[in-house]
Design a protein around this ligand. Structure first.
Ligand code: GSH
Length: 262
């Protein structure tokens, strides 16, 4: 019996939880689903319908990426914790995480879906990683319905995406200013939940090579989306995000740290 992370594998909120689990080097199994097919597993683990949910070996589970990160912190050595002990720093990390959850996550998702939902070949290729074989097999037939569900559920329109891009421009500029003093992390002098959340939730806009499941390459992207991604990659915040993925998403950086205990 082990931890089970119930996901849509491609989802950046799921990537946030998966990164935290990988970083903690906890023994877990990812259980990927297509939208709608997750509901029974999510309910069994105590959630409503959204993923990620971390199902616990003793029964029940933890819905929502933020409580999942807090739970993981209770299982790891202090050096690996994502939330600082020091109260002011902790509050700052929690406030940034909340802001990224509320603003960055939904905006990045809508901007990318606006372009990708028009690309059946890319959807067939990239939305199937990490799914059980039967869900992969039905994907091409399910895709048109899924595209309609996503478009309607997330209100994916040109107008909404344009408003999101403006929010993202402001947020990326703000993060760039914060980093202008040469700091390596958003809060304090080490990697925290603020960095992880910024990187995971912004990842669809940057396409980092180390994302937990394969993402379309720049060459495969439709031209308008490619142009946007190149724009984000050129910003200070975008470069920071790609550095976090390159340096922190693998396990190499963590090898010096004991997996548990003091
Ligand atoms: N606040 C949640 C947001 C998670 C979220 O938006 N999940 C989406 C996928 S990216 C979802 O499960 N959507 C399915 C639904 O709402 O039915 C978290 O941080 O975990």
């Amino acid at each position: 019996m082990t931890l089970r992370l119930i996901t849509f594998p491609i989802s950046h909120f799921c990537e946030k939880a998966r990164w935290a689990l990988d970083r903690a080097r906890l023994d877990y199994r990812e259980e990927g689903h297509l939208p709608l097919f997750q509901i029974a597993a999510v309910r069994r683990a105590g959630g409503k319908r959204q993923v990620p949910v971390l199902a616990l070996p003793e029964g029940g589970g933890i819905p929502d990426s933020t409580p999942i990160l807090h739970y993981i912190d209770t299982l790891v050595a202090p050096a690996l914790r994502l939330f600082p002990e020091e109260p002011a720093q902790r509050r700052e990390v929690e406030a940034l995480e909340e802001r990224f959850d509320k603003t960055l996550g939904p905006a990045a998702r809508r901007v990318v879906y606006l372009h990708l939902l028009r690309e059946p070949v890319l959807l067939n290729r990239y939305l199937v990683h990490g799914l059980p074989a039967w869900q992969r097999a039905i994907f091409p037939a399910y895709r048109p319905l899924l595209s309609r569900l996503i478009r309607r559920g997330l209100r994916v329109t040109e107008e909404a995406a344009a408003r999101d891009e403006e929010k993202l421009r402001v947020l990326f500029a703000e993060i760039g200013e914060r980093l202008a003093d040469g700091r390596r992390y958003l809060v304090g002098d080490r990697f925290t939940a603020a960095d992880l959340t910024f990187a995971a939730l912004g990842a669809p806009l940057l396409g980092p090579a180390q994302y937990g499941v394969p993402l379309p390459t720049l060459a495969e992207m439709p031209p308008r989306l490619r142009e946007k991604i190149e724009g984000y990659r050129a910003t200070a915040a975008g470069k920071f995000l790609l550095r976090l993925y390159a340096e922190e998403r693998g396990t190499a950086a963590l090898r010096a740290v004991p997996p548990s205990g003091g």
